[in-house]
Each structure stands twice: as structure tokens, then as C-alpha cells.
Design a protein. Structure first.
Length: 101
């Protein structure tokens, strides 16, 4: 893999300021950078920046001590969940925290 980061963007995202570079959003301490919606306060999963790191790949895929990756979590959510991608993120984060602590 010859890249340091991947930027995932949904098709309906627009560029507001083309002079602001994506590199400004890179945090060397973070493996995944998401943005927070201001109302209601929640992490958004429609666009995010992922570092090419082992932790990020493990979080997204089924690896090591994880039984399932975030990419597969949508299939495990209860039918009562709306916004499957965001719901999957919160379930995945909770499961990850329980497994490593």
C-alpha cells in the first residue's frame, strides 16, 4: 500500500472552501478523523479520513481480537436502529472498548 491516508466522501458533500487543504485536517495522533454534527451532537460517518495504520485497518475490517469489523456491523444492528451507518459506528466503538479493556 503506497498511501498514507484515504478520504471517504459521500457524493452529496460539497467543497465550501477549495483553498483549505485536506492536510489541515490530519492529526498525526489519530487513526480515523470524523466530523461532529452540531445538531444533534453525533459523529458523522458519511465522510472521514483514515490513516493507513494497523489500528485503522483492524477497526474497519475483521482482524485480530475483533470478531467483526465496522464495515460488517450494519448487518448486526437491531431493526429498531435508524441511520444504520451511524448506529453501526456506535455499536462498534462500544464493542471495541469492551474487548480491549
Amino acid at each position: 500500500m503506497n498511501y498514507d491516508y484515504i478520504l471517504f466522501i459521500v457524493p452529496d458533500i460539497g467543497v465550501v472552501n477549495p483553498r483549505r487543504r485536506i492536510e489541515k485536517f490530519i492529526d498525526a495522533e489519530s487513526d480515523i478523523v470524523m466530523y461532529e454534527r452540531f445538531h444533534p451532537i453525533e459523529l458523522m460517518v458519511d465522510s472521514y479520513l483514515v490513516k493507513n495504520s494497523r489500528w485503522a485497518r483492524d477497526f474497519l475490517e475483521r482482524k485480530r481480537h475483533m470478531k467483526i469489523g465496522w464495515a460488517d456491523y450494519e448487518k448486526r444492528l437491531p431493526h429498531s436502529f435508524h441511520g444504520d451507518d451511524n448506529g453501526a459506528l456506535y455499536v462498534r466503538i462500544t464493542y471495541y472498548r469492551i474487548c480491549i479493556t
